[in-house]
Design a binder for this molecule. Sequence first.
Ligand SMILES: NC(=O)c1ccc[n+]([C@@H]2O[C@H](COP(=O)([O-])OP(=O)(O)OC[C@H]3O[C@@H](n4cnc5c(N)ncnc54)[C@H](O)[C@@H]3O)[C@@H](O)[C@H]2O)c1
Ligand SMILES: CC(C)=CCC/C(C)=C/C=C/C(C)=C/C=C/C(C)=C/C=C/C=C(C)/C=C/C=C(C)/C=C/C=C(\C)CCC=C(C)C
Length: 496
Amino acid sequence: MTNDAIVIGSGIGGLVTATQLAAKGAKVLVLERYLIPGGSAGYFERQGYRFDVGASMIFGLGQNGTTNLLTRALTAVNVSQDAIADPVQIHYHLPQGLDLKVDRVYEKFLQNLIAHFPHEEKGIRRFYDECQKVFKCLNSMDLLSLEEPWYLLRVFFQHPLACLGLVKYLPQNAGDFARRYIKDPKLLKFIDMECYCWSVVPSDMTPMINAGMVFSDRHYGGVNYPKGGVGQIAQKLVEGLEKAGGKIQYKARVTKILTEKGKAVGVQLANGKVYRGKRIVSNATRWDTFEQLLPAEEMPLNEKKWQQNYQKSPSFLSLHIGVKESVLPVGTECHHILLEGWEKMTAVEGTIFVSIPTLLDPDLAPSGYHIIHAFTPHWIDDWQELSPSEYKAKKEEAAGRIIDRLEKIFPGLDAGLDYLEVGTPRTHRRFLGRQDGSYGPIPRRKLRGLLKMPFNRTAIPGLYCVGDSTFPGQGLNAVAFSGFACAHRIAVDLGF
Ligand SMILES: NC(=O)c1ccc[n+]([C@@H]2O[C@H](COP(=O)([O-])OP(=O)(O)OC[C@H]3O[C@@H](n4cnc5c(N)ncnc54)[C@H](O)[C@@H]3O)[C@@H](O)[C@H]2O)c1
Ligand SMILES: CC(C)=CCC/C(C)=C/C=C/C(C)=C/C=C/C(C)=C/C=C/C=C(C)/C=C/C=C(C)/C=C/C=C(\C)CCC=C(C)C
């Protein structure tokens, strides 16, 4: 029997699409090139440590509202994931002595920020309260496919004010609101960093809808770490997928999307095997989908336009560190951002991101040790055409520079090292299957909010895209939304 849907890739976007469809009774096959599911939300194990490969700050595992999309995706296929609440989203170590913690409690966070900028109290409250308005609109309604007119009609009648609110915010960026309410240049730099650390662009280019989600959900459902590591989310989704009758194959690299009379009808694997499906879903990036899996010279016009609007963000240099527990004083927070000069915020090796998951789940490391995952932006071009010894030496030098800088917040780090593995943009390309190891698409210039971000259907009938190069972009909870929307649209198209 032909598959109802074939999903290329088992990132969170692909798995949410697959589980949603399987839960509705569709026959689903997921094809994953790697050995385990999860993509950027995967993991690897070395010497008793379980390291997260990418995603480390997890939204969407809350219990209430409608925006807890990871919890909802798991529940839909009768599985669940224990989550550990993170009391502080980020501890910022920023230039000009701006040392600040983003507390889970909204008012406490505002007070911490206002203490640094008492003259801007009004502006601070107006900006973050505006973000809360976006979130309240989203968190009041079922989140499904915006390409499905009956759904739009239904939510509009159920929640007219929330819908009109979202229509207002869709074409706007967070920076537009920040500059309207706030004047202090240092505070505006801080708002840029608040956006940059998850959207990889400053506030002027960060869609207001996404800022509303992140800046509010962290105080609502909160940032929660999945017990057992980030990789557990994908493992659980696969368990649910299989319970619901869906299938997944690993080491199954799709090299071609097959079309007949312009319609997507199946896929071909690297080993030549062909699978046919009524609908094909690509969880590979749009660049991979339209340049590698389909003939680049036949790229649809709207994809060319998308590439004119969005470019690949840099990749990351990642240090996966095992360290003696004595290096981290009691009370250290799980996530840190380090930047010494504002002008370096978006530069290569400018901002350093740090995640220490063992502070929340000690079982991820041998007893007496912690995991520190430190990462900083890097472009693949700087890592190409190196001999193996040059590559190794370049990794060691870069790791040395990062560790030196981290000594400022974790004195004794170097002396306390137990394990170090360095990942480069090449590592991300190879193991996560992402073109140039990119973290995802970023606007080439200031765009109108999310208006230019495509939904799931593509110009090729029968082919859908899901994941971070579809609306609303990067983030596990964001790609989970894209998965819900994609499955909804396909289910309607197939009459489920
Ligand atoms: N929160 C964080 O700290 C953080 C950090 C890094 C990444 N992320 C997020 O993770 C999300 C990624 O989710 P996603 O769903 O878009 O995708 P993904 O990139 O995680 O997963 C895509 C999957 O498709 C597979 N794949 C790619 N090409 C294939 C092919 N030809 N054949 C078979 N399999 C193939 C890959 O191996 C991978 O498993 C992004 O939104 C990113 O922002 C978050
Ligand atoms: C009817 C009418 C008239 C109308 C209608 C309208 C409507 C309905 C609309 C709607 C819309 C919607 C639904 C939307 C949605 C959205 C969403 C869901 C969104 C989401 C988002 C999310 C996000 C963005 C997230 C993100 C996150 C991230 C990215 C994170 C990351 C992180 C990192 C990287 C960090 C790290 C750090 C350290 C470590 C320190």
